[in-house]
Design a protein around this ligand. Structure first.
Ligand code: KIV
Ligand code: ZN
Length: 499
């Protein structure tokens, strides 16, 4: 059996998705779930990018000792030093150096000649080698790079000590046969390639990230970069769940490969990342979408009842989807709640459990049945509670057909209660305008979405907003049985995420 190393970049490339930014605490929560999932490498961030990223990499590398923790760095001294600083206490640190090698990047981004880029790569790996044993090198935009030049850069990086060579399809431009031929040609033209592991990093601009990654594996790549739910720059990265489940499901093709992923943690990881980033999973998303294991047509339903495999290539239990979800309600006690939270992948100290139990009871008073998704929403709100800069105290709304809505909002900020009123185009608009009067932050509402967390008339409303503040996109979300309250809290959640 040959091992495929699963390199998860949810916390780096995934977090680069517009609007997906995570707080350091949320990053740690995701990292713990990645550890449970069994990924081999956690790319925890880009340490030079911000103090938040530096600290997240530092904390994750101090808390998670049985995984390789990786920090990204450009081929710049300050980046390499920052990666070194953040990974100083890591048990298994890795630096991931990247440098663009395609003509288009050389010409427009760097204005440098190929030989200068080669020299930069050599000097940077040399410098990184002073601090790190484990060096991964990525010739960015490799799939659009002249192959002869690519071979030279890869050979030089390995000569200086790079142990993994990652081949990025940075702009998701390639297709499976081309990736296959590229990996194959690297294996056959780079003289020292046997001293390194070849890795693949695919983006999904043409919807081929997973197919391209699998093709690279068939050609000889032994590490795959991926993210939970496929989140990432632009159209996203290759999704972990798709790569892993394709490897597992198509044993006829990938029977020689193994990996360390505990697939039963996939669904949980997916929900945690979605809830924390505020990124909705499309219902038809492979493996983790709400409809991935649902059968609508009578013919399909009938056949599945007779023999599941007629229309299901994956047993939902294998990815941790519980089909028969037992509901909790206002009569459920602490033990039932703790057991369910544990089952969902959360574990808390007694103090936190008490807080969550209190919130659970409040919710159960408003809502007859509490489903898993209700709990995940409640827990993630409760755990991000402490960083609240603006906190909703109350909202009053009056709205009438053919009249503009009016709202009065009270917000707690720096221990003081502020109040403002505003008219608006509907209750949500009136509410947001009143909030703007208090915060005085100039925002642009880019997207607003409201959906039910679970089923039933008393379902909680999950409001998601995306706002732009000084050109930066920030997402926010919140739940409540009152949809206006959820909308106001989602807006405040986004404002609270402004760095
Ligand atoms: O897509 C890309 O090229 C990257 C590099 C940093 C590897 O994310
Ligand atoms: Zn990328």
């Amino acid at each position: 059996m040959e091992k495929i190393i699963i390199f998860d970049t949810t916390l780096r490339d995934g977090e680069q998705a517009p609007g997906a930014s995570l707080t350091p605490e949320q990053k740690i929560e995701v990292a713990y779930q990645l550890e449970k999932l069994g990924v081999d490498v956690i790319e925890a961030g880009f340490p030079i990018a911000s103090p938040g990223d530096f600290n997240a990499v530092k904390t994750i590398s101090q808390k998670i000792k049985n995984r390789i923790i990786c920090g990204l760095a450009r081929c710049i001294k300050a980046d390499i030093e920052a990666a070194r600083g953040s990974l100083q206490k890591a048990a298994n640190p890795r630096i991931h150096l990247f440098l663009a090698t395609s003509k288009i990047h050389l010409q427009y981004k760097f204005r440098k000649a190929e030989d200068e880029i080669l020299e930069l790569a050599v000097n940077s790996v040399k410098l990184a080698r002073k601090y790190f044993d484990d060096i991964e090198f990525s010739p960015e935009d490799a799939t659009r790079t002249d192959r002869e030049f690519l071979f030279r850069v890869v050979e030089a990086a390995i000569n200086e000590g790079a142990k993994t060579i990652n081949i990025p399809d940075t702009v998701g431009y390639s297709y499976p046969q081309e990736i296959h031929s590229l990996i194959y040609s690297i294996l056959n033209n780079v003289p020292n390639i046997n001293k390194a592991v070849i890795s693949i990093h695919c983006h999904d601009d043409l919807g081929m990230a997973t197919a391209n990654s699998l093709s690279a594996i068939l050609a000889g790549a032994r590490q795959a970069h991926c993210t939970i739910n496929g989140i990432g720059e632009r159209a996203g990265n290759a999704s972990l769940e798709e790569i892993v489940m394709a490897l597992k499901t198509r044993k006829d093709i990938f029977g020689n490969f193994c990996n360390n992923i505990n697939t039963q943690e996939i669904f949980r990881a997916s929900r945690i990342v979605s809830t924390l980033t505020g990124f909705v999973i499309p219902p038809n998303k492979a493996i983790v979408g709400e409809n991935a294991f649902r059968h609508e047509s009578g013919i399909h339903q009938d056949a599945v009842l007779k023999q599941r495999t007629t229309y299901e290539i994956i047993d939902p239990k294998v990815v941790g989807v519980e089909k028969s979800e037992l509901v909790l309600g206002k009569h459920s006690g602490r033990h039932a709640l703790i057991a369910r939270l544990k089952n969902l992948g959360f574990s808390f100290d007694d103090k936190k459990v008490e807080l969550i139990f209190k919130r659970f009871k409040e919710l159960a008073d408003k809502k007859k049945e509490i489903f898993n998704d209700d709990l995940v929403a409640l827990v993630t709100e409760e755990t991000s509670e402490k960083k609240k800069n603006y906190e909703l105290v109350s909202i009053q709304i009056s709205s009438e057909t053919k009249k503009s809505a009016q709202s009065t909002v009270k917000i707690k900020h720096k221990k003081k209660i502020h109040e403002a009123s505003s008219k608006g185009d509907g209750p949500v608009d009136a509410c947001y305008k009143a909030i703007d009067k208090i915060t005085k932050i100039k925002t642009k509402l880019i997207a607003y979405n409201l959906e039910a967390v679970t089923k039933g008339k008393d379902a909680q409303g999950l409001a998601r907003v995306e706002i732009s503040v000084k050109g930066k996109m920030i997402a926010g979300k919140a739940t409540s049985t009152d949809v206006i309250e959820a909308s106001a809290k989602a807006y405040l959640d986004a404002l609270n995420r402004i760095a």
